[in-house]
Design a protein. Sequence first.
Length: 334
Amino acid sequence: MRILGIETSCDDTSAAVVDGREVLSSVVSSQDALHAVYGGVVPELAARRHLESIQAAIGLAMKRACADFDSLDAIAVTRGPGLVGSLLIGLSVAQGLGMRTGLPVYGVNHLEGHVLSPLIESELALPFLAMIVSGGHTAVYLVEDVGSYKEAASTRDDSAGEAFDKGAKMLGLGYPGGRLMDETARDGNRAAVVFPRGRVRAERFAFTFSGLKTSLWDYLNKQQEHASLEDICASFQEAIVDVLVSRAGELMTVCGVPRLAVAGGVSANSRLRGAVAEYGAANGCEIVFPPLRYCTDNAAMIAHAAALRMERGLPGDPLHAVSRLPLGPRLQAA
Ligand code: KG4
Ligand code: ZN
């Protein structure tokens, strides 16, 4: 099943060609530099840049895969969740190509792309838990099978990526701040400052990061003496990592599923990688981090998810853009 994937849900313009589980090409054009001056993604600018870049990204993906449209079986495109203006660019281009070539166009839930991304290059037995930690999402899903997902936990306010980015902004590190905080924290003392590990009352597994952000602001603005920048970063990062690892660990226990995949931009964090791996080794759990190029937003995971669904005869999503879109019902135990 040869599929051209198109992904424009946020600020990465991406096109890829897959043949079943094999990725033949993957092109990602990042808009980080465009949004850096504003300290965050500006939706109108993101949509406009997608429009400028998408044709070139598709052309390059097709060229690198040595593919022509006659050799394809379908076009897969992200239809949500994401920024509506950005999604509309991908959807319009996909439908235009579909009309021109006669290929079927298959709508994909962006979150399904993420949760199935561990299967692109790794073997992970079903069921498994997938923790998606990015700028747009922080959630854990029970992946029972392709097309069958339960939401075991999600955030009630900020995502983990937003917590990193907003914390980094308060500390004057720059944008996007997650990677810069990771680097600054590397030699810092994780116990120098005690930041809160947020919990949502009456929702055992839900994430909350807004209190952490406030607590950093209070620490910086209300205290006379401060630890070093390295120590503050290491302590702030530890609070995020601690919550992610402990919640994922609790869910593996409750679900009786000792397999965890971690994806999304925050999964690049060196301390998170180390802490999750340590947890897995200590508790006999299998841990998979997909290669970083498939952790952050990319069209290969969209085409791959479509290929797995089509192999099983599952239908595509409707082709209209939606900003919010659940992947499945809440897990009852959670
Ligand atoms: O998945 P992604 O590329 O885009 C979406 O948000 O969907 O994730 C971007 C997020 C940003 O918040 C960025 O600061 C964070 O991932 N990030 C990191 C690291 N690298 C990227 N956060 C912590 N440590 C990192 N090394
Ligand atoms: Zn994403």
